[in-house]
Design a binder for this molecule. Structure first.
Ligand code: NAP
Length: 278
């Protein structure tokens, strides 16, 4: 297939590597000529350029820009497209993106690969990023079923595991398991940074190991991505954070009351429940 990618960063670059490996012809569009050069050198694309007209012959186009640029990018792309071209996006929030993009292009299928790293930009692109990762597609009543099927097959061929749900259900679920962890992890890093005297802070920085690496990773990632999650999924994220604050208050109270049994009950429950998520 001829595949277009707009936004050659972590997700767009990784898609390019994986799709070329599968034998597809990949055209990439970046705003900067230097990025196009890197994309060609690293084998992320067959052809790259700064003009959207490069994608005129594409069968499927992945929009891999930050969330706020997805709909404006589609508006700019439309004059170059054939009517049958499928457009999809990879944005981390779906309801506002799908609403805006479906009204711009009839053949739009919302998507979200549940894969990433704390890095961003073209140099962080990696083959296999999507292997065994969930990949959510969020069609609506008006999305062409045939396009969903084509995209589902393509994404499955990347080694990803496709899930199909409504944009609203997607946003509720990711508010819990993706957007909430970013804010919690950021608060963790902020607490460690602000809370201690310099000597203790130095020790903590030297002692930090695997536990801190696991719990701080998503809070130490691309700030723009975190802001976009909050801006576009704000209500659901705030609700998750309030629920989280209640749980935190409960744990604080148990510790202050030296209710070790109560604390053990919670930790036993979370030890059992965590396995259901991973
Ligand atoms: P990224 O590494 O920063 O890449 C985004 C790319 O978009 C940039 O490299 C840039 O590419 C282009 N871009 C930036 N601002 C733009 C603008 N205003 N207009 C047009 N293009 C612009 O970010 P990413 O992590 O790949 O995220 C891209 C999308 O994937 C986002 O919508 C995000 O929600 C979603 N996502 C991210 C993750 C994650 O963990 N990182 C996971 C799943 C989904 P050029 O320089 O080539 O123009």
């Amino acid at each position: 297939m001829k595949i277009g990618i707009i936004g050659l960063g972590l997700i767009g670059g990784s898609l390019g590597l994986s799709l070329r490996e599968l034998g597809h012809l990949v055209f990439g569009v970046s705003r900067q000529e230097e990025t196009c050069e890197v994309a060609r050198d690293k084998g992320i694309v067959d052809e790259a350029g700064v003009h959207l007209s490069l994608l005129a012959a594409a069968d499927i186009i992945f929009i891999c820009t930050p969330i706020n640029a997805i709909a404006p990018t589609i508006s700019a792309l439309i004059p170059h497209l054939q009517p049958q071209t499928i457009i999809t996006d990879v944005g981390s929030v779906k309801t506002p993106v799908v609403e805006a993009c479906s009204s711009l292009w009839h053949n739009f299928v919302g998507g979200h690969p549940m894969a990433g790293t704390e890095h961003s930009g073209i140099f962080s692109a990696q083959l296999q990023l999507f292997t065994n990762a969930p990949y959510v597609l969020t069609p609506t009543d008006t999305t062409p079923i045939e396009s969903v099927k084509i995209l589902q097959e393509l994404v499955t061929s990347l080694g990803a595991v496709v899930h199909i749900c409504s944009p609203a259900d997607h946003d509720q679920a990711v508010a819990l398991i993706s957007h909430l962890p970013v804010m919690i992890s950021a608060s963790l890093v902020a607490t460690c940074t602000e809370g201690a005297a310099e000597k203790i802070l130095n020790l903590a920085q030297n002692f930090a190991s695997s536990g801190f690496r696991d719990t701080s990773r998503v809070g130490g990632g691309n700030p723009e991505l975190g802001v976009m999650m909050a801006k576009y999924n704000g209500k659901l994220l705030a609700r998750s954070l309030q629920q989280y604050r209640q749980n935190l208050d409960q744990i604080i109270a148990l510790i202050e009351q030296e209710d070790w049994q109560g604390l053990e009950d919670i930790l036993t429950m979370t030890q059992q429940e965590r396995a259901k998520f991973l």
